[in-house]
Design a protein around this ligand. Structure first.
Ligand code: GRF
Length: 202
């Protein structure tokens, strides 16, 4: 199975996926890491692990549609079975999300359906809730609303700032996302009526 990972920056989730795929010898290869920003830190890690990298810079395209079309043709050049969004900070067009329906995952740093969009850690702190977390979901046209695969919760502690909370969530993201991707690769995930079923029988 071929996996293509999209990043925009640091790429720590991408790194966790690459490391898990190697350590656990997944029946899959990371075919490419693609960034919409040329200076994304994660590109160097991918290259140093022998993974093909590409940049499709949104600033070079006049519209979202033109950018998504260019991105889609670069992605499809790697014949992906799965496209993984890992800190990919672009809103995607409906045509793009439809093209990858059922084979594109995202990780979002909140307990969806709470706090879709940006600044989730600030929103979680302001909410007064005792817990925050992260969610892996299939990508659909509506931002951060696709069928959920798995979630992890972490406590919100006295004295937390957005940064301390983000770090606590991120540490868990690095376990949550590789596991969910592995389930996909192993064929354990099915989606019915907008709900994900995970087959743990084999
Ligand atoms: C993660 O918190 C992810 O959930 C969110 O953006 C952050 C990306 O971090 N979408 P990284 O680039 O994977 O290090």
């Amino acid at each position: 199975k071929n996996i293509v990972i999209l990043i925009s920056g640091r790429g720590s989730n991408m790194e966790a996926v690459v490391r898990a795929a190697q350590a656990e010898q997944w029946p899959a290869r990371i075919a490419a890491v693609i960034s919409n920003k040329a200076d994304a830190k994660g590109l160097a890690f991918a290259a140093s692990h022998g993974i093909a990298t590409a940049v499709v810079a949104n600033k070079d395209y006049p519209s979202r549609e033109a950018f998504d079309a260019a991105l889609q043709s670069v992605i499809d050049g790697y014949a992906p079975d799965l496209v993984v969004l890992a800190g990919f900070m672009r809103i995607l067009t409906p045509g793009f999300t439809a093209h990858y329906a059922g084979r594109m995952l995202n990780i979002h740093p909140s307990l969806l359906p709470l706090f879709p969009g940006l600044h989730t850690h600030e929103q979680a702190l302001a909410s007064g809730l005792a817990q925050h977390g992260a969610t892996v979901h299939f990508v659909t046209a509506e931002l951060d609303h696709g069928p959920m695969v798995d979630q992890v919760a972490v406590p919100i502690l006295p004295g937390d700032t957005a940064d301390t909370l983000a770090a606590r969530v991120l540490e868990q993201e690095h376990k949550l996302y590789p596991r969910a991707i592995r389930w996909f690769i192993e064929g354990r995930l099915t989606v019915e009526d907008g709900k994900v079923h995970v087959d743990h029988t084999t």
